[in-house]
Each structure stands twice: as structure tokens, then as C-alpha cells.
Write a protein that binds this ligand. Structure first.
Ligand SMILES: [Fe+2]
Length: 252
């Protein structure tokens, strides 16, 4: 890791504390003059969003296998939300019939256009998704964005066995063709440490950290590449998993 100056705007390179007292060191992390990323606890998004996180944790058992995963080691659910702000309040709209996740929108992943499984949107569940999206957009300062903002919402469970560790998609440092990216870990079971690494645009690593359950990182996608380690089970266990929630936010 090569650039000490990046460490000033994060809570810790290896955040282990949790609870309401953990919040952003720099609330304006997303501004160009600041670090461009932050790490925090889900409670930093406010009470409403935190309650939504706790409810969404229960949905992961219902996710279906990712059709693009060779070893069936990844289940996922996906939806798109479009949000419009009047400067203070967002109006959110779910696009229930649009499951296209076109990696081909990202110049690094041409010809990877995917139709992903839908989130199991039970009654009122979309309200919980809206609550989290609303809070995340505000933490990125997007309530002042005059354009509609598309947020791609991914719920992913990486399910690992002794024989088959589980890889994220894509399994190399990449960008997600978003303005801001938000990644939260909602649960872990029987898995070894899984490090996230952020890189500058020359692919030099900047910082490496592990997220505990209910912790997240957020970054300006144009300024960084990111990568997450393969999920491996603990040595004495036969299977385990890691649950994450990913928001890709992009003004249209
Ligand atoms: Fe990504």
C-alpha cells in the first residue's frame, strides 16, 4: 500500500468497531478535493435505513442461483430504481420489469450483457430498498443532482465449500460504470477473512480492509478500481457464505 494520504479520510484501514458512534470522519468524502471514499457502519445511514438493513438480511436465503456462475457458488437478486430529487426529497420508482445488467455499458467488459434474477420483492420489501437507496444517495450528496439517478441494486451471497471457493463477479480489479458505488456486508458465516482492496486509476493498490457484518464502503467509481478476495471457508468447516448488498448509482 503506497499512499498514506488516502488514510486520513477513513475510519480505519481495518475497521473493527461498530455501533452508532462509528460514522464518517469526513462527511464530504465524495467531493473532488477529498479522499473519494469512506468506510462506515450501516447505522451511519440513519435509523430508518439501519432497520431496513436488518430486514433485508432475512432475504438472502430466498435468492436464486446466478445463471452466470459456473460452480453455482453465487446466488443473487437484482433490481433497478430511478430516483428524482427536488433538492431535498427523493421520489423513488422501482423498474420491476427491467433485469438487464449490461456490463457492456462498462467499456472494460464489452459483450457481457446479463439478465439477472429479480429480487424477491415481497410486500413492502421495496420500501426497505428505497430506504437504503435514499440514505446512500444522500451520503453521496446526490440530493442536489438535477438529473434522475439510476441505482442498480444487487444482493449477492457468495457460497463457498471446501472444494469450491466462491469468486465475486468480475474476479479482478474493476470499475462498475457508476458515479458512486456502495458495498455493504450484511452477514458472514464460516468464512475466512475476505479483504477488499481499492486501487488508483493506475491500478496501484491504495488500501486494503475487511468489512465486518453491517459495515460498508462507498467510493467515487471514476477515481478508483476495486476488488474483493475470493471467499474461502474456515479450515475446520465444510461450507460458508458472505452476504453483500451493492448499489451502483449513476445520474442519467
Ligand atoms: Fe464491483
Amino acid at each position: 500500500m503506497n499512499n498514506q494520504s488516502y488514510k486520513t479520510d477513513i475510519i480505519s484501514a481495518s475497521p473493527k468497531t461498530s455501533g452508532p458512534e462509528v460514522t464518517f470522519i469526513n462527511p464530504n468524502w465524495y467531493r473532488p478535493e477529498n479522499s473519494g471514499f469512506c468506510i462506515g457502519h450501516a447505522s451511519a445511514l440513519g435509523e430508518t435505513a439501519y432497520a431496513s438493513f436488518l430486514k433485508i438480511k432475512g432475504v438472502y436465503d430466498e435468492l436464486v442461483t446466478d445463471p452466470y456462475c459456473a460452480h453455482k457458488s453465487r446466488t443473487r437478486g437484482f433490481c433497478k430504481i430511478v430516483s428524482c430529487s427536488d433538492g431535498e426529497t427523493f421520489q423513488h420508482q422501482l423498474l420491476p420489469l427491467d433485469q438487464r445488467h449490461c456490463q457492456s455499458e462498462n467499456p472494460e467488459f464489452e459483450n457481457q450483457s446479463r439478465e439477472l434474477p429479480a429480487l424477491p420483492l415481497a410486500e413492502h420489501f421495496h420500501e426497505d430498498v428505497y430506504g437504503i437507496v435514499d440514505a446512500a444517495l444522500r451520503k453521496c450528496g446526490l440530493q442536489h443532482e438535477p438529473r434522475p439517478i439510476q441505482t442498480k441494486v444487487h444482493l449477492q451471497r457468495l457460497f463457498a465449500t471446501k472444494e469450491h471457493p466462491a469468486m465475486a463477479s468480475p474476479p479482478q480489479p474493476h470499475k462498475d460504470n457508476a458515479k458512486f458505488l456502495y458495498v455493504a456486508v450484511l452477514g458472514k458465516y464460516n468464512v475466512a477473512a475476505v479483504n477488499n482492496t481499492l486501487y488508483d486509476n493506475n491500478l496501484s493498490p491504495i488500501v486494503e480492509f475487511e468489512l465486518s457484518p453491517m459495515e460498508f464502503f462507498c467510493l467515487d467509481d471514476r477515481r478508483f478500481y476495486h476488488h474483493v478476495d475470493t471467499v474461502e471457508v474456515l479450515s475446520h468447516c465444510s461450507e460458508g457464505y458472505r452476504d453483500s448488498l451493492i448499489l451502483e448509482m449513476l445520474p442519467l
